[in-house]
Design a protein around this ligand. Sequence first.
Ligand code: ASP
Length: 434
Amino acid sequence: MEAIVCKFGGSSVADENCIRRIESIIRADKRRRYIVVSAPGKREADDQKITDLLYLCHELADQGLDIEEPFHIIRNRFLDIARGLKVGLDIESILDEIYRQIKGGASSDLAASRGEYLSARLLADYLGGVFIEAAEVIKFQAEGRIAGITYELVAEQLSEEHLYVIPGFYGSDANNKIRTFSRGGSDITGAIVARGVGASVYENWTDVSGFLMTDPGVVDNPRPMQAVTYREIRELSYMGAKVFHEEAIFPVSEAKIPINIRNTHRPEDPGTMIVHKREIKEDIIAGIAGKPDFSLIFIEKFLMNRERGFGRRLFGILESHGISFEHAPTGIDTMSVVISDEELQDKAEIVMDEIKRVLSPDRIELFSGLALIATVGEGMAYRPGVAARLFTALYESGVNIRIIDQGSSEINIIVGVKSEDYSRAVNAIYHAFC
Ligand code: ASP
């Protein structure tokens, strides 16, 4: 039978009512047989996430301090859920054991993973499903990559026609020690399970009805995306769109399994489909994303084009200072590097001095206070007029463009503008295409 993997994020399992809601979603479609859960998240804006509290407990224990207070909050959250759902599981003993583990020097990964563990144990019990210990199937290699055997283990252990519940966010390393993904990593678990079981779709249930074409904090009521490709979503999330865990794309994109972003509060909404290929009609542009706080080092040297190894030496200098760059637009006699301020920190002066010494440029300048905006769409590589539309819109709204970079992926036009022009620029681009 066709199968669907459903991943429910922290806000979808935050309390008893949320869990009842996801139960009806699961029961509404028999194909929803593989359930991946996060730890309970915030119930309201000023609430605490269980994972944050677990990290806090670990930190306190590490410093020999008391963990009573934060652990009490964790305990009560889970006890409330268990009581509310009337599950038979002896959750108290499990909580006691976790308390002992953290007090006794459990690693930060082990401590943090317990939120997902408890969440999945509770849900499995409530739904009458089979609990799968993620540590036994999700295997990490030394450098933090997922070991190939993981997919075989998933396929093997989840082969029967049951309802399975799997905790997100963690697995184990070669020494069988618990290891977590980076924050938000339950998305990755969902993707791995989807690929392992060969799901027809990976449903990622959250608290929004899919992705919006751009940041609603910048543009009023942006349209939701109906379909977006893996490549487009990768570019958008790289450029700051808070959508989906970047690393979660790879396991499913390789197997061409579509990801459907859905809203637990509005299950009737179709959400956004992340697909291998989308049909491009009017929607040439998938979305617009941006990030503030970049600097640009501009270098000019007459006959730079004839000098061998200029770029290599320039990048070598950046590398020796541990700086990674974002873009490097070049001209005949000019070369610029765009670096995020977070990377550059206070190293600008020292780096510029070294560039002067090693590369003897005629001119070198630092421009700060830049924002980068990426306009992403698979359609743009084959359509004339996309760039013209974008640049006309920026011109008409009076935005001066400092950098233009089409990127080798050809599905992305990046412009760098002054930070104070950011919102105006994003609005202009959005309204030019939507
Ligand atoms: N609970 C983890 C976090 O808060 C992982 C997740 O929810 O995906 O980051």
